[in-house]
Design a binder for this molecule. Structure first.
Ligand SMILES: [Zn+2]
Length: 278
């Protein structure tokens, strides 16, 4: 476990030994951790805006400003995560239109990401875990709903991942640059093979950019785990959908982005899967 971060880097040293003692747990939260937990629903609220507006090309501005239906300007008290939604029982206070579970769901998801980050890391490292996870969450959500992975989210992850190596794991920088190139070319090769084999597109260009971004964070050594982890998660999901009665044909499109994103965050947090021989 945690081979990528084992011992040699500050970020991974706490997790270089297997066993439950490697986790901070939620009993040893430092100030940075409490700040992250408090801020997470607010970041989640903004993520909701990104997920809703980015695929439609609408300006992000800062936060929601108007009711989507009646246009009533939202005030600060309408934008408090969870509380506003509960107080108005999930409806616009003016026109009564149900605002749905979308925003509280994204806010809750952001809080879960923050809790996992804080349980695994301290200080700036927990914020880094959360930041990577939050962008992946937005990408996964947009890909699941729209079948696209916007460049505006995938491409900034590449310099961000390389820069994140500087304070915590400078010696990994070269491997992460190799990871970007291998991630992009590897998925392009996979897409080309698939096209030759099945005669249609199976993987989009966005997937290649997402795998390149993953390479900037987990390095070339983590990429196989991201790819295989994502593929296994996708297969299990397809199987579960089929068992649940959803018609799964050979050409049913299941976006790959959410599974790549999930696998990328797991490999970032726990290191690549290591085959433990007998
Ligand atoms: Zn309204």
């Amino acid at each position: 476990m945690a081979a990528r971060r084992a011992g040699q880097c500050a970020l991974g040293s706490r997790r270089s030994h297997d066993g439950p003692d490697q986790l901070n747990g939620l009993t040893h939260i430092d100030e940075a951790g409490w700040a992250l937990l408090a801020a997470a629903p607010i970041f989640g609220s903004f993520l909701g805006v990104v997920i809703r507006r980015l695929p439609e090309g609408r300006p992000l501005a800062w936060g929601r400003s108007h009711c989507e239906r009646c246009g009533t300007a939202l005030r600060v008290r309408d934008l408090v995560p969870f509380a506003s939604w509960l107080a108005a029982r999930g409806r616009c206070r003016h026109c009564g239109m149900p605002v749905g579970w979308f925003y509280p769901a994204v806010e809750a998801a952001a809080l879960v990401l923050a809790a996992i980050s804080v349980a695994l890391d301290l200080g700036g490292a927990a914020w880094l875990d959360f930041g990577f996870g939050a962008v992946l969450l937005a990408l996964a959500w947009i890909d699941a709903e729209h079948g696209i992975l916007p460049d505006a989210l995938t491409l900034p992850l590449i310099p961000a991942g390389l820069l994140a190596a500087l304070p915590f794991a400078r010696e990994e920088l070269a491997d992460r640059v190799v990871g970007v190139v291998c991630g992009y070319l590897g998925l392009k090769l996979l897409a080309w093979t698939y096209r030759r084999w099945r005669g249609r597109e199976g993987l989009g260009g966005g997937d290649a950019k997402l795998l390149a971004a993953a390479g900037a964070w987990v390095g070339s050594s983590g990429l196989p785990s991201v790819l295989f982890g994502g593929a296994i998660a996708a297969l299990l999901t397809a199987l579960a959908l089929a068992i649940a009665g959803r018609e799964m044909r050979r050409d049913t499109a299941l976006p790959f982005g959410p599974f790549l994103a999930l696998a990328a965050w797991c490999v970032w947090l726990f290191g690549p899967a290591v085959w433990v021989g007998p």
